[in-house]
Design a protein around this ligand. Structure first.
Ligand code: FE
Ligand code: FE
Ligand code: ZN
Length: 301
């Protein structure tokens, strides 16, 4: 079976999901992830059914399985902060409806930041909110992302995620999204990914892994920084990331790149360009491209 690999793509007002699919195909993706609007605000336009239908046709023609497509919840939602509860619940509910309308069934969520009220209280708020959001009729699964531990982030180790999951009423709707950069920055050693998986399996259960964000990290293990790096150019390294992507126990799981865009000077202006086409080629060949950044620049020149 082919690996299921994609990247973060845009979602724009004019062509909506159809534009996202076209972008994913340009990079050679067989899945993708997107925000249904700007991640830092709540302006959401109505979904055009015609564009959604065309997008799904294009996906079918190109063997993109809608079960592997992932939506990312906006990061302004913070379910750990009691001042944010009502807004967070309402907006995440609406967002889940949009995911359904667009024909998908996975939404990735940052668990939240406790902003000073403490880990235990923060986790309690997250659990309270998720139990308001997830009902027996919920069709979309919510994937809690493992976080780097920047500021007061929660979900920075498997025990915190387990605490949340254990207290959710409808547990089949709650899953996990691993992020390799976040794992590294939180202090997990990607050189021994088998150990990480073993710990995950013993704490939460490997069947809960529903998506993996594949990113290298600009910083060393345990730095709690959360700055993504291009594949093979950071502190995790190419071999360790390939080991995650091709891991036997994670075969059917979608892998999504969220690596940084590359700056390129164009008539005195600096523009940034997506690295995903070249990174995916490198991943498929399982061979580090030492000229990755040059190749990306030449491609867009
Ligand atoms: Fe994320
Ligand atoms: Fe991520
Ligand atoms: Zn990140």
């Amino acid at each position: 079976m082919d690996i299921i690999i994609g990247s973060h793509v845009g979602y724009k007002q004019d062509d909506q999901l159809l534009g996202s699919v076209k972008e994913a195909l340009k990079y050679g993706c067989n899945t993708f992830m997107f925000y249904t609007g700007a991640p830092q605000n709540t302006n959401r336009k109505e979904i055009d059914p015609g564009l959604t239908k065309k997008a799904h046709e294009l996906m079918r023609q190109n063997n993109i399985d809608s079960n592997n497509v992932v939506v990312h919840a906006p990061y302004i939602i913070n379910l750990a902060n009691p001042k944010n509860t009502d807004f967070g619940i309402r907006f995440l509910k609406e967002e889940i409806k949009r995911v359904e309308t667009l024909g998908f069934n996975k939404i990735v969520l940052h668990p939240g930041s406790h902003v000073g009220i403490g880990i235990e209280e923060g986790l309690k708020n997250i659990i309270f909110c998720l139990n308001q959001i997830i009902t027996k009729d919920t069709k979309v699964e919510i994937l809690l992302e493992t976080m780097a531990g920047k500021g007061t982030e929660l979900g920075i180790n498997f025990n915190e995620l387990k605490t949340i999951i254990d207290n959710i009423n409808y547990q089949d709707k709650i899953k996990v999204c691993l992020d390799t950069c976040h794992l590294n920055d939180a202090g997990y050693n990607l050189e021994n990914f088998d150990n990480i998986l073993k710990e995950f399996d013993q704490t939460i259960g490997i069947e809960k892994i529903s998506c993996i964000h594949i990113n290298d990290s600009k910083n060393v293990m345990g730095s709690h920084k959360d700055r993504h790096e291009n594949i093979g150019l950071g502190k995790i390294g190419f071999e360790n990331l390939i080991n995650v992507i091709y891991h036997d126990k994670l075969k059917g799981i979608p892998k999504i790149l969220e690596t940084p865009y590359i700056p390129l000077e164009d008539n005195d202006k600096v523009k940034i360009y997506p690295p995903y086409k070249q990174e995916i080629e490198m991943i498929r060949s399982k061979k580090m491209n030492e000229n990755l950044i040059c190749d990306i620049r030449n491609y867009y020149k």
